[in-house]
Design a protein around this ligand. Structure first.
Ligand code: 5AD
Ligand code: SF4
Length: 461
């Protein structure tokens, strides 16, 4: 009689190296690619030299990021030659989506190209590659199909985890490639999100970061247990996730000022687990430039949103993104950006020189700003933002805050964690706090991090 449970053949272990560029959505996607490839026997390795498959998960947002990818591909081609051509190279992410054909043409060592909505098809693509048949370029836009097809289990790595709830963007800011690379706005359903959050919490995750290109545009049909029915917004979702046992801290990123709905703002006042941190990109402080950017808000609208959030959560840390040297930006426009920065007082910020992206409306605009002018403006803006970050961090000295320690610091013997305000915090005594939330007294501050002393460490099992 045949054995009712024949031994299942375990796939041979193969090395997988994924290099991630760009935003947190890509970090999430890289983690999920690992989950997708695990059943095929792929296990993460520390360096491309040990890998059978190398995936570059790419970013297309600025020109520099794309150039970096092509130079990395050159290095991988040499490595592939050294392995006798056995190593497989895949390009994933937003450059794959936007320039898939071009990548295949420019770098023949690339075996597969897979866009951000298609990486659940990697196993099929690898099989096709082995059979030497069929298409190895997948750049379809079907976010719903992707999320449905992803494995329901997730590997977790530490006490903090990203959870994608929304993808794509319908805002079409005139400088931005995202609506073209990530496609139209798509919100995952409440049940799928909550199931994933529960799975994370069950595996020991205490901080959940809800992700989306426009995460505060997230909306979904209310689940059956909500007798009010109708539609949920991000505020409702946050309140629901906060009820999952073990979830001690919730963050969301990144947002558009036009989608800061009343209920989401209120959640900052009444959901204890929601971190007092808001990343709300403004890009510029001149109404003329904001209009040319197609941001659909004014500087005053932005200031009003910040004021409303500060009314319910006075200590909130506000972070932002800025672009200097957008086409047509005059000295006066730039001064308006500096004035907005002074009016808000940011805890941290990312600032960039405008980079013309092919296919976006701004790339064809008149009056492109000279590089030297962009450099000078970026320097002035960054000096102001750095001063604000230093002041924000200095104000923490002497305070006690709960810090979530997720990984060892690069500094010997120290642990690195994050305060509720998203500041990096270093403490000595790394072994005691690894993967736990602990109370820390802040002793010192630079503009980019805090130094503290452990008050108590409640190490989670
Ligand atoms: N040039 C410079 N910066 C850009 N960003 C997006 N597109 C461009 C561009 N073409 C910046 C914006 C955005 C952040 C993710 O990247 O500030 O918020
Ligand atoms: Fe790009 Fe604007 Fe959409 Fe943000 S809101 S992803 S900047 S188009």
């Amino acid at each position: 009689m045949a054995d009712a449970n024949p031994p299942v053949a375990q796939p041979k272990t193969k090395g997988l190296f994924i290099k991630t560029y760009g935003c947190q959505m890509n970090v999430y996607d890289s983690e999920r690619m690992r989950d997708v490839l695990k059943p095929l026997g792929y296990e993460p390795v520390d360096a491309p030299e040990q890998a059978d498959l190398v995936v570059l998960n790419t970013c297309h947002i600025r020109e520099k990021a794309t150039e970096k990818m092509f130079s990395e591909l050159g290095r991988l081609r040499d490595l592939k030659r050294q392995t006798g051509g056995e190593m497989r190279i895949a390009v994933a992410g937003c450059v794959a989506q936007a320039e898939g054909e071009e990548i295949m043409r420019r770098q023949p060592a690339v075996d597969m190209v897979v866009g951000p909505q298609a990486y659940h098809r990697l196993p099929e693509m690898i099989a096709k590659l082995a059979r030497k048949t069929g298409d190895v370029l997948e750049t379809d836009f079907a976010a719903d199909e992707k999320f449905d097809a992803l494995p329901k289990t997730r590997e977790v790595d530490g006490p903090s985890a990203f959870l994608s709830v929304q993808e794509g963007c319908d805002k079409f800011c005139s400088f931005c490639v995202v609506p073209y690379t990530r496609g139209a706005e798509y919100s995952r359903g409440v049940d799928a999100i909550v199931a994933e959050a529960r799975e994370l919490a069950r595996k020991g995750v205490s901080e959940i970061v809800l992700l989306g290109q426009n995460v505060n545009a997230w909306h979904g049909a209310a689940p059956a247990h909500d007798s009010r029915g109708g539609e949920w917004g991000l505020g409702d979702l946050i309140r629901h996730v906060a009820k999952i046992g073990g979830v001690e801290r919730i963050r969301y990123t990144t947002s558009h000022p036009g989608d800061m709905m009343d209920d989401l703002i209120d959640a900052h006042g009444d959901v204890e687990q929601l971190a007092p941190f808001l990343h709300l990109p403004v890009q510029a402080g001149s109404d003329r430039i904001l209009k040319a950017m197609n941001r659909k808000h004014t500087a005053e609208d932005y200031l009003r949103v910040i004021e409303r959030v500060r009314t319910v959560r006075p200590d909130i840390a506000v972070a932002s993104d800025f672009i200097v040297g957008f086409p047509g930006e005059t000295d006066k426009d730039f001064e308006d950006t500096l004035a907005l920065v002074k009016a808000v007082g940011f805890s941290q910020a990312y600032s960039f020189k405008y980079s013309a992206r092919p296919g976006t409306p701004a790339a064809g605009m008149q009056l492109q700003v000279e590089e030297a002018v962009k450099d000078e403006r970026l320097g002035r803006l960054q000096r102001l933002l750095n001063d604000q970050a230093q002041a924000f961090n200095d104000a923490m000295i002497g305070r006690r805050v709960k810090v979530l320690f997720s990984r060892p610091s690069r500094r010997q013997g120290q642990a690195l964690g994050y305060s509720p305000y998203m500041q990096s915090v270093h403490v000595d005594d790394a072994a005691r706090v690894s993967n736990s939330m602990a109370e820390v007294e802040i002793l010192g501050a630079t503009m980019s991090s805090l130094k503290g002393r452990l008050v108590e460490a409640e190490v989670h099992a």
